[in-house]
Design a protein around this ligand. Structure first.
Ligand code: 6S8
Length: 211
């Protein structure tokens, strides 16, 4: 068993509707299932990241709960906010989902670097950061990233964190299995972020401003 096989919901399990609609609650569960990894790595160093992701999950869940019948999919929520001209409010579900999408895109790029195999994951994290979050961060948040970077473990240790306690990575089966799990997880993320990227682009919601 690994972190992935223990996950309640992963992105590949989200039952996307025929028209591309992404069901709200399963999506939020898949995002939520990422959070325990931060405590394993370093609860202090990754506290701001964890808070940001958890906060965005909460914002979207609250919107959903305000009228569950009306909001079956993420797109329903965003469209509702557009209709009411709330989509640019900083506490809107639309902005929360935009940042959640960016966070998940970072995770996919980072895991891709892990698969590539360089023992120095900090440089992998920097590559992933440049491709995803960095363009949207001003110098203050870039500084926060630089700090978090110091807590990124070596590849070997990161992979050990993804194993369950009783699983030794020197076991011959472990490496191929964990790498397969990671790739499947990345594929699941891509299937979802691709839909969201297109949707945000079509509705002109991919705000380029820096925070
Ligand atoms: C904007 C912004 N959010 C917020 O200001 C920043 C928060 C802190 C960000 C720290 C810098 C990034 C660190 C990266 C991690 C370092 C590498 C780790 C490698 C192990 C938005 O906030 C609000 O969200 C929104 O609601 C609204 O208020 O209009 C808006 C204002 O502001 C962000 O930039 C989102 C940051 C998300 C970072 C996600 C990083 C994930 C890190 C690691 C994942 C590695 C583990 C993968 C394994 C998974 C296994 C399942």
């Amino acid at each position: 068993p690994t972190f992935f096989t223990n996950m309640k919901v992963c992105f590949s399990e989200i039952p996307v509707r025929p028209g591309g609609g992404i069901p709200v609650l399963t999506f939020l569960e898949a995002c939520h299932a990422v959070l325990p990894i931060f405590d394993k790595l370093s609860a202090t160093a990754f506290a701001p990241v964890k808070m940001d992701i958890a906060g965005n999950i909460k914002k979207i869940r609250q919107k959903f709960t305000s009228d569950p019948g009306k909001f079956e999919t993420l797109q329903d929520i965003v469209q509702y906010e557009i209709k009411n001209n709330q989509q640019e409010n900083s506490n809107s579900a639309t902005v929360a989902l935009l940042w959640l999408k960016r966070a998940v895109e970072f995770i996919a790029e980072f895991l891709h670097e892990v698969i590539r195999g360089d023992e120095d994951l900090a440089s992998g994290a920097s590559n992933a950061y440049s491709k995803t979050l960095r363009p949207f961060h001003g110098w203050v948040v870039r500084g926060v990233f630089a700090l978090a970077l110091k807590s990124v473990p070596y590849r070997k240790d990161f992979l050990q964190h993804l194993a369950s306690v009783d699983y030794d990575i020197s076991n011959m089966d472990f490496m191929p299995q964990i790498l397969r799990d990671i790739q499947a997880y990345i594929d699941g993320i891509h299937q979802i972020t691709k839909i969201l990227r297109t949707f945000y682009c079509d509705h002109n919601l991919d705000c380029p401003d820096q925070v």
